[in-house]
Design a protein around this ligand. Structure first.
Ligand code: AMP
Length: 138
């Protein structure tokens, strides 16, 4: 299937839709997941029209990894989770719902179960305040 440039992350990258941004550079943008599995659930998105791991250029993969590491440290400092999950889905059978490559960073707090993937919208004020707390530790 060809890349659909009307997907929600493509619109966020073009500034056509809002997001709670935590960090950006030339190659990547990191913003809050609007249906977080836990407090501090961040998505890292490359500025490249790639749907999945099969399409994404290696240079962008490297940039996503660098930004993921940067954000992981900031989340740890800001929110003090006891664990951190880093994961990524390819294809609807694997659970992908937005067809622009992205990495999930999902904090875990003292063994408490995380919410289901894409389960419940978080309040924008809460997402924005967590985004600012993480950004302050970058
Ligand atoms: P995936 O299933 O890996 O494709 O995950 C897509 C993720 O994007 C889900 O966790 C959704 O909660 C999240 N999501 C969907 N729309 C938005 C949006 N407009 N802004 C931020 N996150 C979103």
């Amino acid at each position: 299937m060809p890349y659909d440039s009307e997907n929600v992350f493509a619109k966020i990258l073009r500034g056509e839709m809002p997001c709670h941004k935590v960090y950006e550079n030339e190659s990547t943008v990191a913003f809050m997941d609007i249906m977080p599995m836990s407090d501090g659930h961040v998505l890292v998105v490359p500025r490249s029209p790639a749907e999945n791991i099969f399409d994404l250029d290696e240079e962008y993969l490297k940039e996503v990894t660098k930004t993921t590491k940067l954000l992981s440290h900031a989340i740890k400092k800001a929110l003090d989770p006891s664990g951190l999950i880093v994961k990524q889905f390819n294809g609807s059978d694997a659970g992908q719902t937005v067809f622009h490559y992205h990495m999930h960073i999902i904090p875990v707090y003292n063994g408490a179960p995380n919410k289901n993937h894409g389960y419940e919208m978080e309040k924008p004020e809460r997402l924005e305040s967590i985004a600012q707390i993480i950004a302050a530790k970058l």
